[in-house]
Design a protein around this ligand. Sequence first.
Ligand SMILES: *Cc1c(COP(=O)(O)O)cnc(C)c1O
Length: 431
Amino acid sequence: MLEEARATSIDAPDASVVELEALACETRERADVLNQPWPRRVINATGIVLHTNLGRAPLAADAAAEVARASTGYSDLELDLETGERGSRVDRVAELLCLLSGAEAAHVVNNTAAALLLSVEALAGGREVVLSRGELVEIGGSFRVPEIMASSSARLCEIGTTNRTHLSDYRDAIGPQTGMLLKVHRSNFSIDGFTTEVTLDQLGPLGREHDLPVVEDRGSGSFINLRPHGVPEPEVWEGLRAGADRVLFSGDKLLGGPQAGIVLGSRELIAPLKRHPLARAVRVDKMTLAALHWTLRALLEGREHEIPVVGMLLAPLSELEARAQRLASGLRAAGWAEVEVEKQASSVGGGALPEVEIPSVVVRIACRAAEPQESGGRGKSSSPSDLAQKLRMGRPPILVRVHRDAVQLDPRTLLDSELDALVEALGSRSR
Ligand SMILES: *Cc1c(COP(=O)(O)O)cnc(C)c1O
């Protein structure tokens, strides 16, 4: 900052005392920001359960406690206490994953992008990976399947077209150079209309016929049947049963745990992954393993509602309605006019299921620009995006949805403890 100021003051040598004061003030503000804990807690009232920009899945407090317990002292992370010999850091978590999925073996790495890269290297390094052109996806940020392929030693063999890929396309592409048949989930878009896609049911037998592994990058994976709750995603084991030899998915999407890349498959296909030199570069840390262990235990013991993402996805409409009413009356009491409770939809999130919206109940705050101030209500004089920005800049920052001439607060993604904080923050802000 000082350097910048010096550079400008050379251009304008008569910098006044006032400017120096402003500079001191700015410097202090910047220092205050640097001094604060980060990442900052924000209140997610968007209703988007898995929001990549907001850190995806919030961890259960109990999972976070396990992280603290496991990481504030030494642990048996890589030690077999009985024999005193070195153990594997993923075995305990892998055992739970196998129990939950019925898979023979499992491995965990830093994230799904790493799981894909490691899978490609370990199973098809130096050879070809066959993938449909309809699945050459970009997940966001810098995750683009063709680029991951390019950064590996494998070659991408694109088949079919954007909208249609047939089993014969896979069959025709298979040659002596082929190392793997890959399927990638379209996590953030869909293709409608004149389309054909080859399913794992069809791909499995083809892979076996040619002795080629079939790998599915699911992106998101769940061990709960979410279909009755409006989320049309198969459980992860269904991919294995359908014909994939190996399924990859994220720990912090529908599973609701920490960031991690989980791989399920046969012993034969998981072992090379653990042995590969890249495995060390993408290995998972103890804090992640502790949180993942708690999450998987919660699932095994039928305590899935304790996992925040699961609780949010399965929240009954009656509960959402009750929270919305509580929020709305709090806001009205704080002086907000034009507050209504209405039926709307929440989304699961871009990184998991693009199209899926589940019925929800939201609190709608109408904002009409140019409404006279003296009409009694507060918070009406700004546009919805002004209000959204104001809320985002507050303490705590509050993220909302903007819909036409209103700001919407979706209670699905609000933790109980946040309802009152939200009313308080909005109340004080409207004054
Ligand atoms: C989200 C996603 C990934 C990336 O997962 P990370 O755990 O964030 O690395 C990879 N593939 C698909 C299909 C995804 O949806």
